[in-house]
Unconditional design. Sequence first.
Lengths: 266, 141
Amino acid sequence: MLLGLSKANKPTTIAGMKRVRAVFPIFSIFLLLSLLILFFFQNPLTNVLQIITLPIQKWAFIASTKPVVLTPQQQLQQENNQLRARLAQMQEIQKDNQALHDQFLITSPPPQQLLPADIIGTQQNALLIDKGTADHVRVGNIVVVKNNIIGKIAKSTPHIALVLLLSDPSTSFTAVTAKTGIHGIVKTLANGTVVFGNVVLSDKLAVNDIIVTKGDQNLQGIGYPPGLIVGKIVSIDKQASSLFQSGEIRSLVDVSRLRMVFVKTQ
Amino acid sequence: MIILLLVLLLISVFFEGTVTTLPLVFICLVCLTIRMRSSAVFFIAFLAGIFLDTFALRPIGVTSIFLLTAVLLILLYQRKYEINSYPFVFIASFLGSFLYLLIFTYQNIFMMAGLSAVIAVLLFAIIRLISNQFSLFHFEN
């Protein structure tokens, strides 16, 4: 007797017997239907269902998230982060000028390549946005807010796309510090902590250093463009016995408060 | 009671697809299966799975297959043993949620499965309480 439960009475009525026997045929019908949809009718059904569910998803997401009200301390923190980001940008521009690029006004990424998208849902380490392949959003496109990197498109359907955040353990790309140009790799640990690692011990990392992407794009333009802000270093792990040092990165953007992001399309 | 559970199921589909990663739909479906104990639950599980896949951007049909199988197992189990009990609700919810979170590759599986089981038991208790109060009211009248 499993779980110490009493045996159920067998159905004594004919209707009860028929009901019990009907379980397998009905289950088989719906299972077959599910398999048919899974293997043969994915795309058309996805298209139709997303058109119907997208407004509901947007409403449900807005209804379930609290409006953003910042305390004076949080406002100051946000302003501080914005100023740090602006300072990092200025330092990047200064470097480019020194490399004889001062005749170009550098904005990263260019506004004409940015597609605004509303956030319609959240998953573990991911966001759902209301733009998809119908809007030329492709897997691998980068998602930003101002010039802060938020994540990358991991899945794209006709009207909805999945944005994998930096906190996902599959994240890995090359980056540099904005001030001193120290090279390293941004990786995410299993617990969601983003670290700037593989930095040689001789380089001097400092708390509050801004980390920007180095640039990892392929010939099709897919990948991380250079100059996007990843975050700032909040703690450093440096031990003389290790080969490399690393720093924990905290993003300048609070993803939980976002309503809209921008997809860098080609 | 069944209408209440259906409304809760509908709300769960919206919230599981947009805000939370807890398997709320599975929890509601377990309670619904225990209350209804009929093959009609298969249709509800199928529909819920389809919409959940649309919201969560999974291949459409995957969640339906999982939910249909879960409902089948519960209905087969209830042929031999009593399912209208707290231990069954807790263990079925825990195991089902654990498998669900494992298959769809979520993190903190144990903790979330445990929390789901607790929520399932609470929901089952509330449904039972309301049902008893309702039966008592009808009996007195």
